[in-house]
Design a protein around this ligand. Structure first.
Ligand SMILES: Nc1ncnc2c1ncn2[C@@H]1O[C@H](COP(=O)(O)OP(=O)(O)OP(=O)(O)O)[C@@H](O)[C@H]1O
Ligand SMILES: [Mg+2]
Length: 309
């Protein structure tokens, strides 16, 4: 995206966005309802034009080279928009033909095998459960084996195990070389699946980075260590002597502290603890993507918090 933005009349759905997703990357767009995630995907899917700037998929411009873009992408739209009266396989056949595939039947079978729907391929889509419809939508998105996938909340409305299954399928597609740009409200899923995420709010990009980078940027390098046994004086000294360490909090069987740079300083912290005789059981950076997200939303509503932090 090279400054692509979109307005609908007076409403700014997406401010000019500069964003590059690398080949083979899984990129997540996060943000509250109405923050511009679907608008972004729809522009890349050539369904709406940007009203400002430019966007390209595999260096094809989404406006000038829309046909080439369409051939390169597989889209799971926000609403599955399948033909409810047709069977699963006829839905796929429709798309296979639209893409003028050389061997449509092979492509259909492979897509159905991939999503585990071979056995039900003769059933009408209208009578399927939500989760199964999502699988059909994924099969349709991949039937022409596109290198780029645009997935709008692929696991929305799925039960926890169906969501994990969807996550696994996305991971498999990436392993086979796909590049994925996806919207999601499931932050734990984004954390597991996405190499990088962008957090939008009211059409504006608030943060961009790996989940780890956002965590350390926003949650300030807080590390939690758990160990077996008592906290004796040598262990306490070992931690206190670490350059730059702050806000040390001891608890039964553990401690948390703020480091200047968790990625750089954690190994040294652990080494000192071990040398001092502590039996370290686990070490982790505090907070998850959900905490990052909530922190960011709180800050963008109350900017004074940002200055305080
Ligand atoms: N066709 C349209 N006409 C007018 N306004 C639109 C249109 N499409 C989107 N919008 C507006 O643009 C803004 C961004 O919408 P968008 O669908 O991109 O949000 P989203 O981040 O996908 O939200 P959600 O999480 O609810 O799916 C919203 O205020 C929405 O109402
Ligand atoms: Mg949306």
């Amino acid at each position: 995206m090279q400054g692509a933005g979109r307005t609908f009349g007076e409403r700014v759905a997406l401010q000019p966005l500069h964003l590059e997703v690398g080949r083979g990357e899984v990129f997540g767009l996060l943000g509250p309802n109405g923050s511009g995630k679907t608008t972004t995907l729809r522009m890349l899917a050539t369904l709406i034009h940007p009203t400002r700037g430019k966007a390209a998929v595999l260096s094809w411009d989404v406006v000038a080279d829309a046909m080439q873009v369409r051939r390169s992408i597989g889209v799971m739209p926000e609403k599955p928009s399948l033909y409810e009266r047709l069977t699963i396989e006829d839905n796929l056949r429709f798309w296979a033909e639209a893409h003028e595939l050389a061997e449509p039947e092979t492509a259909i079978r492979e897509a159905l095998e991939f999503v585990g729907l071979v056995e039900r391929s003769r059933e009408r889509v209208g009578q399927l459960s939500k989760g199964l419809k999502q699988r059909v939508a994924l099969a349709r998105a991949i039937v022409h084996r596109p290198p780029v996938l645009l997935l709008d909340e692929p696991s929305s409305g799925l039960d926890p195990s169906a969501a994990v299954a969807m996550e696994g399928m996305i991971r498999d597609l990436v392993r086979d070389g796909a590049t994925v740009l996806m919207n999601t409200h499931r932050l734990a899923e984004a954390e597991r699946l996405c190499d990088r995420v962008a957090i939008l709010r009211e059409g504006e990009l608030l943060e961009l980075g790996t989940p780890k980078q956002l965590r350390s940027r926003l949650l300030g390098n807080v590390v939690e260590v758990e160990f077996n046994g008592a906290t004796d004086l040598p262990v306490q000294r070992a931690v206190e002597s670490l350059p730059g360490v702050a806000e040390i909090r001891w608890s039964r069987g553990g401690l948390s502290c703020r480091l200047p740079d968790a990625a750089r300083d954690t190994p040294e912290l652990v080494a000192r603890l071990v040398r001092a005789g502590a039996k370290v059981v686990s070490v982790r950076q505090a907070g998850d993507l959900e905490r990052v997200y909530l922190e960011l939303m709180a800050r963008s509503i109350h900017p004074e918090l940002e200055e305080a932090a």
